[in-house]
Design a protein around this ligand. Structure first.
Ligand SMILES: Nc1ncnc2c1ncn2[C@@H]1O[C@H](COP(=O)(O)OP(=O)(O)OP(=O)(O)O)[C@@H](O)[C@H]1O
Length: 614
C-alpha cells in the first residue's frame, strides 16, 4: 500500500481524538448544549449588568411598598420590607452565581492541581494527597460548613471557600484518573524525548485531555454550590449585607401566605440556572462520548518472563580496519529490572555492553522480548514505572547518564539524543497540528523564535520527502498516513541536531513499501548529517541496509557483537547462526547495496533490502 493509499484509511481512534479539538463547535451544533449556553450566558450577563439594569437600590426599603403588587415602578412588586424585588433579584443573581463560582474555582484549583501532580509524578505525592483527599471526603460536609460559619462568621466568600475545599476531592479524583490514563501515552513519552519539560507536557498534552471533563464537573458542582449557598442563606446563616437567592427565598417563605408570588422569582432563577448547568454538562459529556467512542490507547505490555543472569561473554569480531571514529555512547554491564509487588526484582536486561561511535549506525537485533527496547529506553532514562537501571553505566559523550539528575536528562533528550518510535501515529498528540508539535521542541530546546522554528520545520518536512510541507504542517495527525507520520517523527528527531538518534523498530508498523522508503530516508539523513544511530530491530534486512555494526541480543544479553559485514560473513554464536538460518537463502549474491562499501556484500531475503537494492 502506498502512503497516499494509507491516507484514506487512518486509524479510527486518531480521527476520534482529533474530533475532540472541535468540541466547542460541536457544542454549538448540539441543540441542548446551545440552549444551555444561551441561558447561562444571559444569566451571567444579567449578573454582570445588575448595576445598570436594576431600577432601584436593592437595599432601600420603602414602607409604602411592603408586599406591593407588580406595578410600573416595581415590575415584580415589593418584598416584606418594601424593597424592589426585581432589583434584588438581579443583585441576588450576581452574588449567588459569584459565590458558587468562587467555591468551584477553589475546588478546581486544589483538586486539579493536586490531581495533576499526583497522577503525573505519583510516588510520595500520590500517597500523601490520597490520604488528605480521603480525610476531606470522610468529613460530613454540612457539619463542617456549620462549624466554619461559627468560626469565620457570616462571610459569603469564606464559607464558599470552605465549601470549595469540601468539593475538591471530586476534581482530584477526576483529574488523577484522567492523568494516569494519559501519562503513559506514547505521545507524552515522545514529547519527553523531544526535550519538552514536565510543565509544558502537563499544560499542553495532559491538561488538554482532562479539561473537558473538568468543565463538566465544574458545571455540575456549580449547581450544587448554588443550592448549598441558598440553603445556608435560607437558614439565616448567610451574609445579611449581600442579597442572594437564598435570602430572597427565606424572606418570601416568611410571607408565603400574604404574597406567595415572592417565592416564584428566586425559585425560578435557581431552577433555571441549575437546569441550564446540568444540561450544559450533559451535552458536553454526550459530545465527548460521541467524539471519543472510548478510544483504545496502546500501552506498553507487561509480559512475564523468567529472569536470566549474565553468564556468557559476547562473541566479538575484529573491528573494521581503519575505523578510528571516537566513541559517542558506551553502555557497560547494564542491568535493568522491574520491582515486583512481592519485593523481588524481575531482571529484563542482564548485563548489556555495547558501543556506538560517532557517525556510526549500530543495529541492536534480537527476537521479540530479548530486551532491545528496554536497553534503548534505559539509555533515554525513560523506563516505565517500576523499571530501573539496577547496575552498569550508560556513558554518553563522557557523561554517565545512569547517574544524571532528571533535570540534566531533560536538557539532553531531544537536544543531544533523540528518538524515533515504533508507532508513529501513537506518538503524535491528536489534539495538535503536526506543525505545532514540531515547533514546540525546537523553541524549547534550541531557544529559537516560533517563526524561525516554523521555517525550520517546513524545511525539514520537505527534507524528509513530504510533498507539501505547508499542508502537512497545518494537518492534524489523523490527516496523514502512517508513513507520512513516521517521516514527520524523523523530521522531529533531526530537528534539534541531536548527536545520537535511537530508532526503535522505526519501520515495524509500516507497510513494506513504505518501510523501504523510510530506511532510505534514514540512510540519506545519516549520510548527510553524520549523526550516530542506534537502531533497534528484529529484521536482518534492516541491519544489512543500514548498519555499520551490530549487536545480537538474546534473553537480555548481547551474545555477539561486531561489524555488520563480519557478522554476516561469519556468525559465531549459535543464536546468531540460528537467526541467519531462519532468513538466509542459498542463491547468488544480488550485488552491492547502494550506500556504503562497508555494507555491501550481504544477501538477505528481505523485501526491504530488495527494494533498496533496486
Ligand atoms: N513494565 C514491565 N514490567 C516488567 N517486565 C517488563 C516490562 N516491560 C517489558 N518487560 C519485559 O522485558 C522484556 C524485554 O522487553 P523489550 O520490550 O525490551 O523486548 P524487545 O526485545 O524490544 O521486544 P520487541 O521486539 O517485541 O519489542 C520482555 O520479556 C518483557 O517481559
Amino acid at each position: 500500500m502506498s502512503e497516499s493509499a494509507m491516507t484514506s484509511n487512518p486509524p479510527v481512534a486518531a480521527e476520534v481524538r482529533a474530533a475532540r479539538s472541535h468540541l466547542a463547535r460541536r457544542m454549538l451544533k448540539n441543540p441542548t448544549g446551545l440552549a444551555a449556553i444561551i441561558v447561562l450566558a444571559l444569566i451571567i450577563l444579567l449578573a454582570i449588568l445588575a448595576d445598570v439594569l436594576a431600577p432601584m437600590d436593592p437595599s432601600v426599603a420603602n414602607i409604602n411598598d411592603v408586599l406591593a403588587p407588580p406595578s410600573a415602578l416595581h415590575p415584580l412588586g415589593g418584598d416584606s420590607a418594601g424593597r424592589d424585588v426585581l432589583s434584588r433579584l438581579l443583585f441576588a443573581t450576581r452574588f449567588s452565581i459569584a459565590g458558587a463560582l468562587w467555591a468551584v474555582l477553589i475546588a478546581a484549583v486544589i483538586g486539579v492541581t493536586s490531581g495533576l501532580i499526583a497522577g503525573y509524578y505519583q510516588k510520595w505525592f500520590e500517597t500523601v494527597s490520597v490520604w488528605i483527599i480521603s480525610v476531606i471526603q470522610a468529613l460530613p460536609g454540612i457539619v463542617v460548613l456549620l462549624a466554619a460559619r461559627a468560626v469565620v462568621g457570616p462571610s459569603l466568600w469564606l464559607i464558599m471557600a470552605v465549601f470549595g475545599l469540601i468539593l475538591s476531592p471530586a476534581f482530584y479524583r477526576l483529574t488523577y484518573t484522567a492523568v494516569v490514563g494519559v501519562r503513559n501515552e506514547l505521545f507524552v513519552d515522545a514529547a519527553r524525548v523531544a526535550g519538552v519539560g514536565d510543565v509544558s507536557i502537563i499544560g499542553r498534552h495532559i491538561l488538554s485531555v482532562v479539561r473537558a471533563p473538568i468543565i463538566i464537573q465544574a458545571a455540575l458542582l456549580a449547581g450544587i454550590g448554588i443550592a448549598v449557598q441558598a440553603g445556608l442563606d435560607f437558614l439565616g446563616l448567610g451574609d445579611a449585607k449581600l442579597v442572594t437567592w437564598g435570602q430572597m427565598l427565606s424572606d418570601a417563605f416568611s410571607r408565603m401566605y400574604q404574597a406567595p408570588t415572592l417565592l416564584i422569582w428566586p425559585s425560578l432563577a435557581m431552577a433555571l440556572t441549575s437546569v441550564a448547568l446540568v444540561l450544559f454538562g450533559n451535552a458536553l459529556r454526550d459530545e465527548l462520548e460521541r467524539a471519543a467512542g472510548k478510544p483504545k490507547r496502546r500501552r506498553r505490555g507487561v509480559a512475564a518472563v523468567a529472569p536470566k543472569v549474565a553468564t556468557e561473554k559476547p562473541v566479538t569480531h575484529a573491528e573494521a580496519q581503519g575505523d578510528a571514529r571516537s566513541t559517542l555512547l558506551e553502555v557497560k554491564d547494564l542491568v535493568v529490572g522491574y520491582d515486583q509487588p512481592d519485593g523481588s526484582l524481575k531482571q529484563v536486561v542482564n548485563g548489556v555492553s555495547l558501543m556506538v561511535r560517532k557517525g556510526e549506525v549500530h543495529g541492536l537485533i534480537g527476537e521479540s522480548g530479548s530486551g532491545k527496547t528496554q536497553t534503548a529506553w534505559s539509555i533515554l532514562r525513560l523506563l516505565p514505572a517500576g523499571g530501573r537501571i539496577v547496575a552498569g553505566s550508560v556513558v554518553f559523550d563522557g557523561k554517565d547518564l545512569a547517574g544524571l539528575s532528571e533535570r540534566d536528562m531533560v536538557k539532553l533528550r531531544g537536544r543531544r539524543i533523540s528518538y524515533i518510535p515504533q508507532e508513529p501515529m501513537s506518538n503524535l498528540d491528536p489534539s495538535f497540528t503536526i506543525g505545532s508539535q514540531l515547533v514546540e521542541p525546537m523553541v524549547v530546546t534550541l531557544g529559537i523564535s516560533k517563526a524561525e522554528a516554523k521555517q525550520r520545520a517546513l524545511d525539514l518536512l520537505g527534507r524528509v520527502g513530504l510533498p507539501d510541507p505547508q499542508k502537512t504542517f497545518s494537518s492534524y495527525p489523523h490527516e496523514v498516513s502512517g508513513g507520512q507520520a513516521q517521516r514527520v517523527l524523523i523530521a522531529g528527531a533531526v530537528s534539534c541536531e541531536a548527536d545520537l538518534i535511537i530508532a526503535d523498530e522505526p519501520t515495524t508498523a509500516l507497510d513494506v513499501t513504505v518501510q523501504a522508503e523510510i530506511l532510505e530516508l534514514l540512510r540519506d539523513l545519516q549520510n548527510d548529517l553524520g549523526v550516530s544511530i542506534l537502531i533497534v530491530t528484529h529484521n536482518f534486512g534492516v541491519v544489512a541496509d543500514l548498519c555499520d555494526r551490530v549487536s545480537v541480543m538474546q534473553n537480555g544479553l548481547i551474545v555477539e557483537t561486531g561489524p555488520a559485514r563480519a557478522i554476516f560473513a561469519d556468525p559465531q554464536h549459535p543464536y546468531t547462526k540460528a537467526l541467519f538460518e531462519a532468513i538466509l537463502e542459498d542463491g547468488a549474491a544480488r550485488g552491492p547495496l547502494a550506500h556504503s562499501a562497508d555494507r555491501n556484500t550481504v544477501t538477505v531475503r528481505s523485501t526491504v533490502t530488495e527494494k533498496s537494492a533496486r
